[in-house]
Design a binder for this molecule. Structure first.
Ligand code: NCD
Length: 306
């Protein structure tokens, strides 16, 4: 079964290269599924880009989508379990993306499902497709995924996109990571060579940074809002942005709150809208790969015939 639950499943650089090549093909060729495919987008958390780009990706490939919100509009309101809901969805569609507020729930979902499951974000666990988008974006901007200085900033303990991206970067050598956060980082830094800081000090690191990856404060994952009120909030300001080198790329999985001012959007280093646009092509590549190939990350030597 071709589930995508964690970036740990991606074991080689060539798997990534193949996916990136297919995403490039998606930008220029019109490929469609050989059969009519339907994807269910299942969620109990808010989603804009992930939902929209999966939906548009399916439609551009000639497929269709059903959206299922796990709330009072489904039989969950009557007491139906998530297990039975997932089993039900499996009967009607060809694959499902699931976004759920509970970390680790995907392990259960794949056992309940008889169709492929794509993790679209599990609590403060992982968000593998966003990490693939982020890696693709960095690759497009720099032409490499090694020898980079990358700073991650924000509520990193709870930022699932960062967790998945760090795991992906374990495939590449000689990257330096700086984690700027006031949350615990114990479980997310893995074996990577990293430097931790509580302060966003761009005067110290800004001129050597290749990527500044900003994240928002994950307020829905904190019991009390007081943390947000008492801790310094990491922001890009007109002042500290002056310390960023001209080649630095500022990324953000979005949504942003106050961490990047809209006045920065027109700066050539603001990469988050390109990153967002790449999302559709990576998701098209993932879906095409899922439905048209035996191996999820199959090698593409030629453009697959539509
Ligand atoms: C992220 C998510 O949902 O984890 N958004 C996204 O999918 N692009 C980031 C976030 O919510 O902060």
């Amino acid at each position: 079964m071709k589930h995508l639950i964690s970036t740990k499943q991606i074991e080689s650089q060539s798997q990534l290269e193949n996916l990136f090549n297919l995403a490039d093909i998606m930008k220029s060729e019109t490929l469609t599924f050989k059969e009519r495919r339907v994807l269910a987008i299942v969620k109990n958390e808010a989603s804009t880009r992930t939902r929209l780009s999966f939906e548009v990706a399916m439609k551009r490939l000639g497929g269709d989508v059903v959206n299922i919100q796990l709330d009072e509009t489904t039989s969950i309101a009557k007491g139906e379990t998530l297990q039975d809901t997932i089993k039900t969805i499996s009967q009607y569609v060809d694959a499902m993306t699931i976004r759920h507020s509970t970390k680790g729930i995907m392990e259960n979902c794949v056992n309940w499902s008889s169709i492929p499951v794509i993790n679209a974000g599990d609590g403060n666990g992982e968000h593998p497709t966003q990490a693939l988008i982020d890696a693709y974006t960095i690759f497009k901007e720099f032409g490499r995924l090694d020898n980079l200085n990358i700073m991650f900033v924000g509520d990193l303990e709870n930022s699932r996109t960062v967790h998945s991206l760090i795991k992906l970067f374990c495939l590449f050598k000689q990257n330096n990571f700086i984690f700027v956060s006031n949350s615990s980082l114990e479980n997310i830094t893995h074996d990577c060579k990293c430097y931790k800081d509580f302060e966003l000090s761009l005067s110290k690191h800004g001129n050597t940074l290749d990527v500044l990856y900003m994240t928002r404060f994950q307020k829905e994952r904190h019991q009390s809002k007081s943390f947000y009120e008492v801790v310094p909030y990491y922001k890009l300001t007109e002042e500290n942005v002056k310390n960023l080198s001209s080649h630095c790329r500022v990324m953000h999985p979005l949504p942003r709150c106050e961490e990047i001012p809209t006045s920065f959007d027109s700066d050539h280093r603001a990469t988050y809208f390109r990153q967002m646009n790449n999302g559709m092509y990576i998701r098209m590549a993932l879906l095409y790969n899922l439905f048209e190939n035996q191996d999820y990350f199959a090698r593409y030597n030629t453009i697959p015939s539509a």
